[in-house]
Write a protein that binds this ligand. Structure first.
Ligand code: RNT
Ligand code: ZN
Length: 412
């Protein structure tokens, strides 16, 4: 089926495919740098795996330097329609210096900003509270030792300064997302004490909120992680309350909840209490939270909510997955395009009709419509979108992804 025929099919349902594509073009997705090198980063000093974040696999082609990572990113962006963002972690500093985490400074990231300027993309930022000797106990901001807490508070403060400067340099607010691995492997005696310490550390870190508009703080919860099976200090309830009381963004990671929960249901609920939300779009599988996102029901449900609840304007969409068993650039491209495909499908739904039948409690028609829509030619519209944005799709895309993966395989 050609585009004009598909357009007519959607028009029959009262949906304007041109409007949907125009809207999709304006939605930036913050692609996470850490899929490119298995969350290793370019720090030359600390080197420790504390924090429970572990990529598995040894597919050839891992980016070993900032230049290699940037080359991979440039390739990935050239396969993704639209203009997007890059989400940097503090461990991706690009410098000959060897600052510890409590010594990082804007200058260690200036090359990334120059590059982002040249690419015309925005940057987001994250302090890195893992992969460091001082995180080996899986306790950072909530550590009972005040000296360790101070170290991480300083890291967090510096990250915020860096994020604010990045936002100012690029003229686009930089989201600074705070995730700490803190938790206990076995049943703790005093959860309250740990949570009070985390809260006090966050307060100290966030003191002197940046009112410049160049930076937005976000806090990210988790249910459990490897090594912290019994208790995560920064749980969902902890951060939901914190974000509401302190005015930060709440980061909802799709992989950080019980497997039967979907954050699609949480979006409209938390959006009533929070002006802005950050998403970490991910795919949990059993005990792991970070598989490459698929165009599956969870993703479609989330996109559906973003569109139907009109949350696109106040949601920052970030990705968070890492798979080292496949081409890392292909992982980025597949995942980011899937996020876009899910949004496109949601933008192509006849919301007025669906709402009307729901409001009259006509659940049979709601179900019939929803199931019939599944057969509409979404793929044709996506292909047209790619064509207009000068990006390949189908076999041409696969050929490019394979070619690039082969071309970086010799990196060793
Ligand atoms: C970990 C969190 C966190 C990290 C990244 C690297 O469970 O999801 O967002 O994945 O910061
Ligand atoms: Zn996350």
């Amino acid at each position: 089926m050609g585009y004009e025929s598909a357009k007519a099919v959607f028009a029959d349902w009262g949906v304007d495919t041109e409007d949907a594509m125009t809207r999709l073009k304006t939605v930036p997705i913050s692609m996470h740098c850490w899929q490119g090198d298995d969350v290793t980063g370019f720090e030359t000093r600390s080197g420790s795996s504390g924090g429970g974040i572990q990529a598995t696999g040894n597919h050839p082609g891992r980016a070993r330097t900032p230049d290699e990572l940037r080359a991979d990113l440039e390739f990935a962006y050239s396969m993704i329609p639209g203009r997007h963002r890059l989400n940097l972690h503090a461990i991706y500093m690009d410098t000959e210096e060897t600052p510890d985490r409590d010594q990082i400074d804007y200058r260690h990231f200036a090359r990334w900003v120059d590059w982002a300027k040249a690419q015309g993309i925005g940057l987001d930022f994250n302090p890195t509270f893992f992969g460091h000797a001082k995180a080996d106990d899986n306790l950072t901001l909530s550590h009972p030792d005040a000296g360790i807490r101070e170290f991480w508070i300083e890291h967090g403060k510096r990250s915020r300064e860096i994020a604010a400067r990045i936002g100012a340099e690029l003229g686009s607010p930089c989201v600074n997302n705070i995730w700490v691995p803190d938790g206990y492997k076995d049943i703790p005696i005093d959860r309250m004490a740990a949570r009070k310490r985390l809260e006090a550390s966050l307060d100290a870190m966030l003191a002197g909120m940046h009112e410049t508009g160049h930076m937005r703080d976000a806090v990210e919860s988790k249910l459990f992680g490897i090594g912290v099976e019994a208790c995560t200090i920064g749980s969902h309830e902890f951060y939901l309350g914190y974000a509401i009381r302190k005015g930060t963004l709440l980061c909802l990671d799709m992989g950080h909840f019980h497997p039967t929960e979907n954050i699609a249901d949480k979006l409209s609920a938390v959006a009533l209490s929070l002006p802005q939300i950050l998403l970490h779009v991910s795919r949990p599988m059993r005990w792991d939270s970070d598989h490459v996102i698929l165009l599956n029901d969870d993703l479609l449900a989330m996109a559906h909510e973003l569109v139907s609840a009109d949350l696109l304007e106040r949601t920052y969409i970030g990705l968070d997955f890492f798979d080292a068993t496949i081409s890392r650039t292909a992982a980025w491209v597949i995942g980011t395009r899937n996020m876009q495909k899910a949004l496109l499908r949601a933008l192509l739904m006849p919301w007025d009709q669906l709402r009307a039948v729901e409001d009259t409690l006509d659940f049979t028609t709601r179900l019939m419509l929803a199931e019939e829509f599944k057969d509409l030619p979404f793929g044709v519209i996506w292909e047209e979108f790619c064509k207009r944005m000068e990006r390949p799709s189908g076999l041409a895309l696969i050929k490019e992804l394979t070619r690039y993966s082969e071309c970086v395989a010799a990196r060793g």
